[in-house]
Design a protein around this ligand. Structure first.
Ligand code: PLP
Length: 479
């Protein structure tokens, strides 16, 4: 079993080991019944003392993650009393390098009727017919597109469309400074695998996007979560933290942040960029939601202020037009971009040309009119969800009113056990995102994220009423 340890860091080694294993257990990568390596074996493979590993195992046992018995060893506890699959024991013991994968939690989504967990838009609101029609025309009229690998950096025609799209949003770059990726998720992954290694300091908002946390954890980064308020990341706190631990990279979702919905003020955007300049580090600005504002447009992207290439900007078209096409655009400067293109070529030799050409005419000609209608539809959903919360939410539950985006971030009373609520909701076919996955380690959270746009309006209403009823009953039973 491999665990990246930061030996010069401030966190004690037993804690690093127990936190990493706890993450692998809670995310389902280490399943119930799996036997952990013996203290001696793990100590020797990690080149630490047996006392260090014993302390880590004691901590895991005291938290109920594992059960140890004299002479037999330590096993992952079966919190749900599910038996491990006996047929795949060799696979379970096969070493991997995954630290956690919260997006792949052990939750059976196949039975979910009311999916509040994914930040996505229901197909009835997306331009699937337009994109599908273009795709059919391409398949029949230009089948040779499927015979080509395309370009590592992305189709030049699409990059030119993207260049105009970004220009209209205040970002002035040349098409040669853009790269097309298979979703922003791949963009984050490429940045991390190119520039982040074990022990590198990455600052993120607290809470942050779980997919980014997974990626940085996978690189062995030392993630530091910066508090946020109604103006987004507390850049004053970040500045003080950077004095002690200079940043290698700052990851931010400044607009309608996932999961909290908060938008960073213009003043903080400027200060954040100044900070990155003074530390000569990168900012990853992940911006999937800025076109989805309800009343007034958000401040311009941090990238629009960037004169010397400190910001790697990611614009995903997943949320807004078609997640299945996996199209996003990355804007970055000079040498940073050329290294990212090298990483992209090693990763997949370029995104599918057919998909790139399928979204191109829509983004070039219909996007702006379409997105104006989409904003209204999303605002109606958000207001509906908020009115249901006002009517049916039990006392002690609070929420934000987002200025745009897809999510509500609810704070639940401390007496409520969110893990239990999650299991009860599963039985009723309801899913939501528990807030703890939006932090690294075992940070307990009193929040849950609900996406109001992933269902038809009727289903959203039914599902939310059911969930709030469940919350009410569960709260009463906790008292
Ligand atoms: C903040 C954020 N960034 C990136 C992604 C991934 O987007 P994509 O589908 O473009 O990979 C998501 C998806 O939920 C997201 O919320």
């Amino acid at each position: 079993m491999h665990i990246d340890l930061v030996r010069s860091g401030s966190k004690p080694l037993p804690q690093q080991i127990s936190e990493t294993l706890a993450q692998r257990i809670t995310s389902g990568l280490l399943q119930p019944g799996i036997r952990l390596p013996s203290v001696r074996k793990l100590a020797s493979s990690l080149k630490v003392s047996q006392v260090t590993v014993s302390k880590a195992y004691d901590e895991l046992e005291s938290r109920g993650h594992i059960i140890c018995s004299q002479g037999k060893g330590c096993f992952v506890a079966d919190k749900k009393r599910r038996s491990a699959d006996p047929g795949s024991t060799w696979q379970k013991g096969y070493d991997d390098y995954l630290p956690r994968a919260q997006l792949w939690r052990n939750f059976d989504y196949s039975r979910v009727e009311y999916p509040f967990h994914l930040a996505a838009i229901h197909g009835e609101l997306l331009p699937l017919k337009d994109i599908g029609d273009t795709m059919s025309l391409l398949v029949t009229g230009q089948p040779e597109l499927m015979a080509s690998y395309g370009n590592f950096q992305g189709d030049i025609e699409l990059r030119e469309v993207m260049q105009r799209h970004l220009q209209a949003r205040g970002i002035t770059v040349h098409a040669s400074e853009l790269m097309i990726t298979s979703g922003a998720q791949q963009g984050i992954d490429l940045v991390a695998r190119t520039f982040i290694g074990p022990g590198d300091t990455v600052y993120l908002e607290a809470p942050s996007y779980t997919g980014a946390i997974d990626v940085f954890a996978g690189r062995g980064a030392d993630m530091i979560f910066v508090p946020t308020d109604h103006e987004g990341m507390r850049v004053d706190v970040l500045t003080r933290l950077c004095d002690r631990r200079p940043p290698k990279l700052i990851y931010t979702v400044p607009t309608f942040q996932n999961p909290s919905g908060v938008t960073m003020s213009m003043a903080r955007r400027q200060r954040l960029l100044e900070l990155a300049r003074s530390y000569r580090c990168l900012i990853v600005e992940d911006d999937p939601f800025s076109d989805l504002y309800f009343l007034k447009p958000p401040p311009p992207p941090v990238k629009s202020l960037d004169e010397d290439g400190h910001v790697v900007y990611m614009k995903s078209f997943s949320k807004v037009i078609a997640p299945g096409c996996r199209i996003a655009c990355v804007a970055a400067g000079g040498d940073i971009l050329s290294r990212l293109i090298a990483a992209k070529s090693a990763s997949d030799l370029g995104s599918p040309l057919l998909n790139q050409r399928a979204v191109l005419p829509f983004i070039a000609r219909q996007y702006d009119t379409y997105v104006a209608r989409l904003r209204t539809a999303l605002r109606v959903r958000m207001e509906k969800a908020v009115s249901l919360l006002k009517k049916y939410a039990p006392p002690g539950i609070t929420w934000n009113i987002p200025g745009g985006g897809l999510n509500l971030w609810l704070q639940l009373p401390p007496s409520l056990d969110i893990g239990q609520l999650h299991e009860l909701a599963e039985l009723e076919g309801i899913s939501f995102l528990p807030g703890d996955v939006c932090y690294a380690g075992n940070t307990p959270s009193r929040h849950i994220r609900l996406c109001y746009s992933q269902m038809t309006e009727d289903n959203m209403e039914r599902g939310l009423k059911l969930l709030l009823g469940l919350l009410d009953r569960h709260l009463k039973s906790c008292h």
